[in-house]
Design a protein around this ligand. Structure first.
Ligand code: IPE
Ligand code: MG
Length: 233
């Protein structure tokens, strides 16, 4: 959800105003995803690197998160949104963590859209955590190193219950992955838009999905060997 700061700067407002507008946009995009038939939406809300921002900005972001979590449960239940989170959640400040856990519990029965917030998330840390848990299983002799496959790694990531993303949308024109879902994005289609996150609306989501639909997904295969449309994923 990049571009909140620039959105505020364009208006001569403090950065936190941009984050506030960005948080408001989450509801709009959740509803647009549901209209498009999207079943999984993962938002990069706070990275492990974001702690390096000025203390007042970090505190403001955490307060916004708390506010979002307490105010939007009704919206999520109305729209069938199940909230989940990925990242080192245990290291979030207590009040934000508690509200997050409560909102996850209160929306657990919903089935239309899984909204995953990446919070205190870093793709490299996620792989480190996976390697640690795999190593622990090897240490306990539950797993033999020769059995470790790509699937084993996928099954130890925070996203183990989710499919890999089909589409990555990067707002505000940046051409970087920025430590997001490093393992899971291997075959993901990338759509970069110059729109700043607070301005990214339903019509922009629709344009991104149309762009996605025009791509040939070959997964490293040649054009001749494409799976037939009936079994393509
Ligand atoms: C939001 O946008 C990202 C968050 C950490 C929530 P930015 O704060 O990175 O906005 P820009 O890049 O300064 O415009
Ligand atoms: Mg940014």
């Amino acid at each position: 959800m990049d571009g909140n700061g620039r959105w505020a700067k364009e208006r001569g407002w403090p950065r936190l105003k941009g984050h506030e507008q960005g948080a408001l946009n989450v509801e709009r995009i959740c509803e647009a995803c549901i209209d498009e038939g999207v079943e999984f939406l993962t938002l990069y809300a706070f990275s492990t690197e974001n702690w390096k921002r000025p203390a007042h900005e970090v505190a403001g972001l955490m307060l916004l998160l708390e506010r979002f979590l307490s105010e939007k449960v009704a919206m999520m239940n109305r729209n069938g949104v199940r909230l989940t989170a990925i990242g080192r959640i245990a290291d979030l400040p207590g009040p934000a963590r508690k509200r997050l856990e409560r909102a996850i519990g209160e929306t657990a029965h919903n089935t239309r859209l899984t909204l995953t917030l990446a919070l205190n998330y870093g793709g490299r840390d996620e792989i480190v955590d996976a390697v640690r848990s795999i190593a622990a299983e090897v240490g306990e002799r539950k797993l033999d190193p020769s059995q470790i496959s790509a699937e084993t790694i996928s099954n130890h990531l925070y996203t183990r219950t989710m499919p890999d993303p089909d589409l990555l949308i990067r707002t505000s024109g940046e051409m970087r992955i920025s430590n997001f879902l490093l393992w899971q994005l291997s075959y993901t289609e990338i759509h970069v838009t110059r729109k700043l996150w607070p301005d990214f609306g339903a019509e922009d989501l629709h344009a991104a999905i149309l762009d996605y639909a025009s791509r040939d997904r070959r997964y490293g295969s040649s054009v001749e060997n494409l799976p037939s449309p009936s079994n393509a994923s």
